[in-house]
Design a protein around this ligand. Structure first.
Ligand SMILES: Cc1cc2nc3c(=O)[nH]c(=O)nc-3n(C[C@H](O)[C@H](O)[C@H](O)COP(=O)(O)O)c2cc1C
Length: 330
């Protein structure tokens, strides 16, 4: 018998494929569909710190300044959020999805500070959430903000959320730190239960005909999973918490690679938008078939076996690989 279950943040997941935070997890019906399709867990569509803190009015003013960067449609969107009673809807979503499904429900908060939203983490616990994922991105567009200032915010958020709530907490971060290995290993030992590597940030593009700022392609491409693969294989031997892989995981091979690198779970979003929820079953069947033909009865039997634990010096290893590769190129 092949056992696909994994322990993630102290929770038992029936398999390591989690539907990441997105529109597919924003209602009870959709969460039920994710469960029926085979998801090991879901991360709910995020509630924003601004929604929790009722800072909507200020945001609308700031974002409707009128020029190409003003995004009036964003103001309308945020305004709609303000009119909805976002906080109680979110709590209801947690309660209802706990009642009607049996997979772990991971709530998600999109935040930028260790602000007054922390109280809300306590209420999520009351509503029955199994864990909390914080999508934390401190924008580094201010040249006066040093790397150390930025990092401090991440550590403050972790310390304060762990004080405010007993829920297991995952921190979903982008890779943009001045020294990622240093920051991520220290964060992994700061009391957080998991790091989700990596967040795929909203990217801007220009429409050169209309001279407007437009969103870049929203869905990821298949080879984007290589960034998480590199960092999870480097970090997993040293991390003090679980690691979940995210971005660019489009097929079973990408799931298997992240597990071999040392991930406890993988998050999938774009591939489900592209191929439908039925794609989960295909990925799970292929994962199981691979385990069977490779002689692995459990995920733990192979998880982390291709991490860089044995290479000792990740930088030297990568340099040699690059030299071997580049020498062969004309
Ligand atoms: C339509 C859509 C909505 C998303 N909403 C959220 C969100 O509310 N919170 C969040 O943390 N990430 C959100 N994401 C990001 C995804 O959770 C994920 O990190 C990103 O899409 C990269 O994974 P992928 O390559 O599997 O798509 C969203 C992504 C998409 C495509």
């Amino acid at each position: 018998m092949t056992d696909l279950s994994t322990r993630y943040m102290g929770l038992t997941l029936k398999n390591p494929i989690v539907v990441g935070s997105c529109g597919l997890t924003k209602s009870v019906d959709r969460i039920r569909q994710c469960e029926e399709a085979g998801a090991g867990a879901v991360v709910l569509k995020s509630i924003f710190e601004e929604q929790i803190c009722h800072q909507v009015a200020e945001l609308i003013q700031a974002s409707s300044s009128g020029d190409a960067w003003g995004h009036p449609e964003a103001a309308e969107y945020i305004g709609q959020y303000g009119r909805d009673d976002a906080v109680s809807s979110f709590l209801r979503l947690v309660e209802e999805s706990k009642k009607t499904t049996s997979i772990p429900i991971i709530a998600s908060i999109h935040c930028v500070t260790a602000g007054t939203w922390l109280e809300f983490a306590k209420r999520l616990e009351g509503a029955g959430a199994d864990a909390l994922e914080l999508n934390l991105h401190v924008h580094s567009t201010d040249p006066k903000l040093t790397g150390a200032d930025k990092e401090k915010i991440y550590f403050d958020v972790v310390a304060r959320v762990k004080q405010a709530s007993r829920l297991p907490v995952a921190l979903k971060v982008a890779p943009y730190f001045s020294s990622p290995a240093n920051v991520l290993v220290r964060l992994s030992r700061s009391g957080v239960d998991s790091l989700t590597l990596f967040n795929r940030l909203y990217r801007l593009d220009f429409d050169i005909e209309k001279r407007q700022v437009v969103p870049a392609k929203f869905l990821s491409a298949k080879d984007e999973h290589l960034l998480a693969l590199r960092w999870i294989s480097i970090l997993s031997p040293q991390a003090g918490c679980d690691l979940a892989a995210a971005t660019g995981i489009h097929d079973s091979a990408a799931v298997i690679k992240q597990l071999l690198a040392g991930a406890k779970a993988t998050q999938v979003v774009s591939a489900l938008y592209q191929h439908g929820l039925g794609h989960l079953r295909t990925m799970l069947d292929e994962l199981e078939a691979w385990m069977q033909r490779s002689g692995y009865a459990t995920i733990e039997a192979f998880r982390g076996t291709m991490s860089q634990a044995k290479s000792g010096n990740a930088a030297a290893f990568e340099r040699v690989q690059f030299m071997k590769y580049s020498v062969g190129i004309k």
